[in-house]
Design a binder for this molecule. Structure first.
Ligand SMILES: *Cc1c(COP(=O)(O)O)cnc(C)c1O
Length: 361
């Protein structure tokens, strides 16, 4: 039997009855945009994180853009971020009118390297966007210190880190604001596109609420050039069903990751330095001969994926940069199956197949 890298229906199938009932209630509710399900989810996700404000938006890319604009960052500003991330991080920065400046990452955490961040700070730098890559815990406290010393904003891109913690505090609550995506593959995912911005600043939250909906004031007068970036009732209803399961699902991922770590230790595979509160959005190892390693697994019926095979600084849409660690990782990263509905059934077989690989140094 084939082990896919991921199987999305398998994850939603575990909650199919509840999801159908929730979607039915939206259909009959006569409100499809910014209604009671959105309000309920915004409150529930804010409570889950212990943060004051949560604003539902259309996707994670918009969440990055709106977090920056809400903090007053935009045209003329530079924003430091990693290039080892999804395009949404840098596209969000550009959508806000700012320029992404790529800093390098750490080989173990695959997250921003504070030293490279400090070296990237210039006269126009207004903010740092830190990504908790693969659900690993980025050095948020160190980066917050750097941001404060240089009077910069810190924004967390927590699109891969729902429910992750650093010293017991939820990721997404360390900086001035944080962006989350609920794209179907994320640790908390829905049946389409959705995102939120969270912040503990009432003024910032209010500005983002206005910006997501046409820049309207209370009289529906556009007082600034806002977005159409609203969270659908249908997606919010799905998220209301799945949020109570997030910790359980993350726990299942953690059990799988512990087994990988224990049973792959000693092999010539670079294991992630994920941090205690990690949530294993991916479990990515480093392979010196990735093509051959992935072919070996594929021939054994095991699907893998690569997140990501190229740093954003190598793509035509983004500014260039010299990032040796990002380039090193981009050639070697291999994501092993970690979605519980796929991996739990097959983990013995996956580990056995990896152990029987003919290593060449
Ligand atoms: C998924 C993701 C995004 C973008 O989210 P969308 O909802 O797809 O726009 C941004 N940053 C990171 C780190 C992501 O993983």
């Amino acid at each position: 039997m084939q082990v896919p890298a991921a199987d999305l229906y398998a994850r939603f199938r575990e909650h199919e009855t509840e999801l159908r009932a929730a979607m039915d209630a939206v259909l009959r509710g006569n409100r499809y945009i910014l209604g009671p399900a959105v309000e309920r989810f915004e409150q529930a996700f804010a409570d889950y994180l212990s943060v004051s404000y949560c604003v539902g938006v259309a996707n994670g890319t918009d969440a990055v853009a709106l977090a920056l604009l809400g903090l007053g960052i935009g045209a003329g500003d530079e924003v430091i971020c990693p290039a080892m991330t999804a395009p949404g991080t840098a596209l969000g920065i550009m959508r806000a009118g700012a320029k992404p400046v790529f800093a390098d990452v750490d080989e173990g955490t695959r997250c921003l390297d504070p030293q490279s961040v400090e070296q990237s700070i210039g006269k126009r730098t207004a903010a740092i966007v830190v990504v908790h890559m693969h659900g690993n815990v980025a050095p948020v406290q160190t980066l917050l210190g750097i941001a404060r010393r240089h009077a910069l904003c810190l924004i967390e891109d927590a699109a891969q880190a729902h429910g992750a913690t650093c010293e017991g505090q939820k990721l997404g609550t360390f900086g001035d604001a944080a962006a989350f995506s609920f794209y179907p593959t994320k640790n908390l995912g829905c049946l389409g596109d959705a995102g939120v911005v969270v912040t503990s600043d009432a003024t910032v939250a209010q500005r983002i609420r206005r910006l997501r909906n046409c820049g309207w004031n209370a009289d529906r007068v556009s007082i600034e050039a806002g977005f159409n970036s609203r969270l659908d009732e249908l997606q919010a209803a799905v998220l209301n069903v799945l949020l109570p399961w997030l910790d359980h699902e993350n726990g299942r991922r953690r059990v799988l990751a512990e087994r990988y770590k224990r049973e792959l230790a000693g092999l010539p595979l670079g294991l992630p330095a994920h941090g205690d509160g990690a949530v294993f959005h991916q479990f990515a190892v480093l392979s010196e001969d990735r093509t051959r390693f992935r072919s070996w697994l594929q021939a054994g019926g095991i699907g893998t994926d690569v997140h990501y095979s190229m740093g954003l600084h190598q793509m035509p849409a983004f500014p260039k940069a010299r990032l040796p660690v990002t380039d090193f990782l981009a050639k070697r990263l291999v994501s092993l199956p970690i979605q519980p509905q796929v991996a739990e059934m097959h983990i013995d077989r996956i580990i056995e197949r990896i152990r029987s690989y003919e290593w060449r140094q």
